[in-house]
Design a protein around this ligand. Structure first.
Ligand code: VG1
Ligand code: CO
Length: 543
């Protein structure tokens, strides 16, 4: 067994963001760049020697190369056994499922999620802990600290493993197990949802279109929807994972999943449409000519959870990220269950889920999930919706509108200003921050500010504190404006403006969202001087 120790120097930009280390592919292709980060992960951990690791990615460009490197480094660093998805494929929720099922010490997931792929696109590395969830801040900080002082890494000299053939391989003293990427995850879904009821729905003329956007969910969706639930072949579109996602942007929203949106808003539209992102943790839900906002989706899943066998006994609580609308809070209140508001990013839900404080979690960014894994989960959300529809016998639109009648409607939108210059974007945030104490009591277009702060969160389980998580203006009527800079982009800065307004009056619940939010949009422009700092009149993406 020949272990090579390679001398290296630190890179100064290996600080993980909202969801792992995300950089352009050419950055990862620099000599030692990937190796430094992987070695820093091992250097930050204790007692993993001889233990299990889960490894896989969303199939994007550089996935296979990186997997071979990581396997050889894991072998050289004393890992006992690595479970790799066949073809190097594992969706983020499937990786979380395997970590939990096989009690691995962690997982390395290769993905830049919703960011485009290909040689000029993005790549990413996420480290997940034994609970199956994204590493919390203390872990990512420890990795970052190691990355700043690294001087060498270890790698085994060996041939590449055949990732396409299931089975066991030896790499030095380590065993590599190439496993079916889909089976354990599909079994988990079957254990949660009423597959018989869904199958009956699908065989009764209820038409479903699932767009995998040439990203990782293709094989999962085909196995679950077309094989196990016997939806007609072709239900899953763009189901072949491609290294560049077919040139698309694997982000399931009304802008980037245009093909699906055209089908669902076209003549003879199917009853249900869904899409998922690069790594399979996001979801978009559409009905016939109808879009479900992710914030509403979380609230509706919570309100209907007992229709799903896996949650038949009820849910203990709901958590949502701060920018996510307060629709779920109203359901929690009515059900008398816990309700938490966390910073953006799935890592903040882990402790609450582990402690049993919440069962469902969600983010406005098309992410929903539960305690079945420790990641958000796109196909799980889609199956949840199908299960609810099968039980209620109503359309997507009917279910949502009935929800609004019961709980009120929360008009909600996010405006993204992508790839703007970094320094002025930071200035925009700084100038808002500096004026926070002056906002309360001020009136803007008839909205009076009740509270203005830079959101900070104290984890109720371990007491850790996360500061500067987004600027929040809450108005007297409960409407909100939130400003954040993205922690997942790789070009310049992305300003996210989140807008929310509650409408309890049933006769006013059918307005167009942007129209209903027009005053708040105007206020956002005025107080943040968006044009001045970004040079843009309009957002690049509205969701
Ligand atoms: C975005 C979303 C956030 C999500 C994160 C990771 O982060 O806003 O809600 O958790 O992406 O999603 P940011 O910092 O760019 O706003 V994904 O599907 O990367 O794993
Ligand atoms: Co994702």
């Amino acid at each position: 067994m020949n272990i090579r120790t390679v001398a290296t120097k630190p890179f100064d930009d290996q600080k993980p963001g909202t969801s792992g280390l995300r950089k352009a592919v050419p950055t990862f292709q620099q000599p030692h760049y990937l190796e430094n980060f992987i070695q820093s992960i091992f250097n930050s951990l204790d007692n993993y020697q001889g233990q299990r690791l889960v490894l896989g990615g969303d199939g994007r460009y550089y996935n296979r190369t990186a997997i071979q490197t990581i396997l050889k480094m894991a072998a050289a660093n004393g890992v006992g056994r690595v479970l790799v998805g066949q073809g190097g494929i594992l969706s983020t929720p499937a990786a979380s499922c395997l970590i939990r099922k096989y009690q691995a010490f962690g997982g390395i997931i290769l993905s830049a999620s919703h960011n485009p792929g290909g040689p000029e696109g993005d790549f990413g590395v996420k480290f997940n802990t034994p609970n199956g969830g994204p590493a919390p801040a203390n872990v990512t900080e420890a990795i970052f600290a190691k990355s700043k002082e690294i001087s060498e890494y270890k790698v085994l000299e060996a041939d590449d493993i055949n990732l396409d053939q299931q089975g066991e391989y030896k790499l030095g003293g380590m065993t590599v197990e190439v496993v079916d990427a889909v089976e354990a995850y599909a079994d988990l879904m079957a254990s949660i949802f009423d597959f018989d009821a869904i199958q009956k729905l699908l065989s009764g003329g209820f038409r479903v279109v699932m767009d995998s956007l040439h990203a990782v969910t293709g094989p999962y969706a085909k196995e679950i929807l077309e094989n196990r639930l016997q939806a007609p072949a072709g239900t899953v579109r763009n189901g072949e994972p491609l290294e560049d996602f077919g040139g698309g942007h694997p982000d399931p929203n009304l802008v980037y999943a245009r093909e699906l949106v055209e089908i669902m808003y076209g003549d003879d539209a199917p009853e249900f449409g869904a899409a998922s992102d690069g790594d399979g943790d996001r979801n978009m839900i559409l009905g016939n000519h109808f879009f479900v906002t992710p914030s509403d989706s979380l609230a509706i899943l919570a309100a209907n959870a007992t229709l799903v066998p896996g949650y038949a006994k009820g849910i203990t609580g709901v958590a949502r990220s701060m920018p996510t609308s307060q629709a779920a809070d109203r359901v929690a209140k009515k059900l008398g269950i816990n309700c938490y508001e966390t910073p953006t990013g799935w890592k903040f839900f882990g402790n609450l889920l582990d402690a049993g404080q919440v069962t469902l979690c969600g983010e406005e960014s098309f992410g929903t999930g539960s305690n079945h894994v420790r990641e958000k989960d796109g196909l799980w959300a889609i199956l949840f919706w199908l299960n609810i529809i099968a039980k209620r016998g109503q359309s997507v639109e009917e279910i949502v509108k009935e929800h609004w009648q019961t709980y009120g409607r929360t008009y909600y939108s996010r405006h993204d200003y992508e790839e703007v210059a970094k320094d002025p974007a930071n200035e925009l945030m700084d100038q808002l921050r500096s004026r926070l104490s002056s906002f309360p009591g001020q009136q803007f277009h008839g909205y009076e500010v009740d509270l203005a702060d830079d959101f900070s969160y104290k984890d109720p389980i371990d007491g850790s504190v996360a500061e500067k998580q987004g600027i929040r203006l809450v108005f007297k009527d409960g409407s909100r404006l939130v400003f954040r800079l993205s922690g997942t982009g790789t070009q310049g800065a992305t300003l996210r403006v989140y807008l929310e307004r509650y409408e309890g009056d049933q006769s006013k619940q059918n307005e167009d969202t942007q129209t209903a939010l027009a005053d708040l949009i105007q206020i956002a422009h005025e107080i943040a001087e968006i044009k001045k700092f970004t040079g843009r009149d309009e957002p690049s993406v509205i969701t």
